[in-house]
Write a protein that binds this ligand. Structure first.
Ligand code: UD1
Ligand code: UDP
Length: 379
C-alpha cells in the first residue's frame, strides 16, 4: 500500500479498472479538493490505467493498493482488496465512498466502506443481465445490497432496484457519466483526422474489442469469434485487451489474430476517434455499448445477454452469437444504406451529460449528512 496524507479529502473514490477511471473522471474533477482517489491496482498496466489519468488530467491516486495483483481467483482478489481498503478506511475514515459499476474493485470498495460504517454511493446502479454466470452480475447484486445511494443511469435501472426492494428514497436517476466522459475525450474533428491518419485508419474499417470471460475463456467460442471477425471482408482494427491476448496465445489462436489489424489498447481520445470513424463496432464491452449511443454508431454486442437493453431498444446495438450469426449481422449492418442516418437522429438513452453534476451533489450531500437532492423515482 502506498499513499499520501488525505488532508481534507473526505469523499473517497474507489476505482481499479479502465472503465471505472473513465466514468469517474468527470466526477473526480468536480469533487476537486474533496476527492480522495483510491486505486485498487486491479488494472496496473499503464495502457489500462495511467494513460486514462493523463487523458483526463487527474492527479495521481492518493492511495494505491497492491492487493489485487497476482494469479488469484475472485475470492482472493475481492477478499484481499476488501481487507486492505477496510484498514485504510479505519486509519483515515472518509465521510463517503463512491464506487462505480460492477468490477471486483467495485465490490471490494462497497464492502470495505459498509463494514467500516461509511456510507456508499453506487454510480451506474441497477444494471441487471440476469446472468449469474457473469462475475459482474454478482458484483452488481452485492453492491446493490450495500449501497446507501444508488445512482441509476436510466428509469429501467431504477425499476430493477425498486423490484429488489431498494427504498425509493435512496435511488436517483442521474444518467450515465459515460456521456460527459465521451464528450470530454472526443477530440475536435481536425484532431480526429490527425489521430486517424496516425493509426492508418483511412478507408472503411470495423472496430472490435473483446475481453469478457464468456468470449475469451473457452477456446471454441474465442475461435468462432475471431474467425468471424477475420471473415467480415473488411479491415478489422482490434485494440487487444491483455486478457484476450493471453487466452489467444494459450489456445494457439495467434494465427487468427494475424488476420486482424491488432493494436495495443489505445487511450480514450484515440479509441473514440477510431469508433467515430469506423463503419461498424463489434464488442462485448459495457462502456462501448453506451458510447455507441453518444457517437451514433451501430454496434454488434457479442454476448448472450446484456445489462444494457436500452441501447438495443433504441436501435444502436444488437446481441449476436460469435460465428455465423456475427458474420451475417456484420454484413447486414455494413450493407444497410440507411442505418447511420437512422442512428444519427436517435437520442442516447444514457442521459444528457449532467450525470456527474447530479452525482457530485448527491455524494457531497451524503458526506455532509444533508438531505439528498433530486427527485425520488415513482414505484
Ligand atoms: C475487469 C473487470 C471487468 C471489466 C474489465 C475492464 C472484474 C471481474 N472484471 O476484467 O468487469 O469489464 O476489467 O477492462 O472485475 N491484466 C494485465 N494487465 C493489467 C490488468 C490485467 O495484463 O493491467 C491481465 C492479467 O493477466 C489478468 C487478466 O488481464 O489476470 C484479467 O484482468 P482482471 O482485472 O482480472 O479482469 P479483466 O478481464 O480486465
Ligand atoms: N477503451 C479505450 N481504449 C481501448 C479500448 C477501450 O479507451 O483500447 C475504452 C472505451 O472507450 C470504453 C472503455 O474503455 O470507455 C471500456 O472498457 P472495457 O471494455 O475494458 O470495460 P467494460 O466497459 O466492458 O467494463
Amino acid at each position: 500500500m502506498s499513499g499520501i496524507p488525505s488532508g481534507g479529502r473526505d469523499v473517497a473514490v474507489v476505482l481499479g479498472t479502465r472503465p471505472e477511471i473513465i466514468k469517474l473522471a468527470p466526477l473526480i474533477r468536480l469533487l476537486g479538493e474533496r476527492a480522495r482517489i483510491v486505486h485498487t491496482g486491479q488494472h496496473y498496466d499503464s495502457s489500462l490505467s495511467g494513460t486514462f489519468f493523463a487523458n483526463f488530467g487527474l492527479p495521481r491516486p492518493h492511495l494505491l493498493l497492491d492487493g489485487a495483483t497476482g494469479p488469484w481467483g475472485r475470492g482472493d482478489q475481492i477478499g484481499s482488496l476488501t481487507s486492505e481498503l477496510a484498514r485504510a478506511f479505519v486509519a483515515d475514515p472518509p465521510r463517503a465512498v463512491v464506487v462505480q459499476g460492477d468490477t471486483n474493485s467495485t465490490s471490494a470498495g462497497a464492502q470495505a466502506a459498509h463494514y467500516c460504517g461509511i456510507p456508499v454511493v453506487h454510480v451506474e446502479a441497477g444494471l441487471r443481465s440476469g446472468d449469474r454466470a457473469m462475475p459482474e452480475e454478482i458484483n452488481r447484486l452485492v453492491v446493490g445490497v450495500l449501497a446507501d445511494v444508488h445512482c441509476a443511469a436510466t428509469d429501467r435501472a431504477a425499476a430493477n432496484l425498486l423490484a429488489t426492494g431498494t427504498a425509493p428514497e435512496r435511488i436517483r436517476v442521474t444518467g450515465n457519466t459515460v456521456v460527459e466522459a465521451t464528450l470530454m475525450s472526443l477530440p475536435a474533428p481536425g484532431e480526429r483526422d490527425r489521430i486517424a491518419r496516425e493509426h492508418g485508419a483511412h478507408g472503411p474499417f470495423v472496430l472490435a474489442t473483446v475481453h469478457r470471460p464468456e468470449n475469451t475463456d473457452g477456446a471454441e467460442r474465442l475461435r468462432a469469434l475471431l474467425t468471424a471477425l477475420a471473415g467480415i471482408g473488411e479491415r478489422v482494427v482490434m485494440p487487444l485487451h491483455p486478457r484476450t491476448r493471453a487466452k489467444a496465445k494459450q489456445f494457439g489462436l495467434d494465427g487468427l489474430l494475424d488476420r486482424l489489424d491488432v493494436i495495443e489498447p489505445v487511450d480514450h481520445p484515440t479509441f473514440l476517434t477510431l469508433a467515430d470513424r469506423a463503419r461498424l463496432l463489434v464488442s462485448d464491452s459495457g462502456g462501448v455499448q453506451e458510447e455507441a449511443t453518444v457517437l451514433k454508431k451501430p454496434l454488434l454486442v457479442v454476448r448472450t445477454s446484456t445489462e444494457r437493453p436500452e441501447a438495443v431498444a433504441a436501435g444502436f446495438s444488437r446481441l449476436v452469437e460469435p460465428g455465423r450469426p456475427l458474420l451475417d449481422a456484420a454484413r447486414a449492418a455494413l450493407d444497410d444504406p440507411d442505418l447511420h442516418a437512422r442512428l444519427a437522429g436517435t437520442a442516447s438513452p444514457y442521459g444528457d451529460g449532467s450525470a456527474s453534476r447530479q452525482i457530485h451533489a448527491l455524494a457531497t450531500a451524503l458526506a455532509d449528512r444533508a438531505p439528498l437532492p433530486g427527485a425520488v423515482p415513482v414505484r
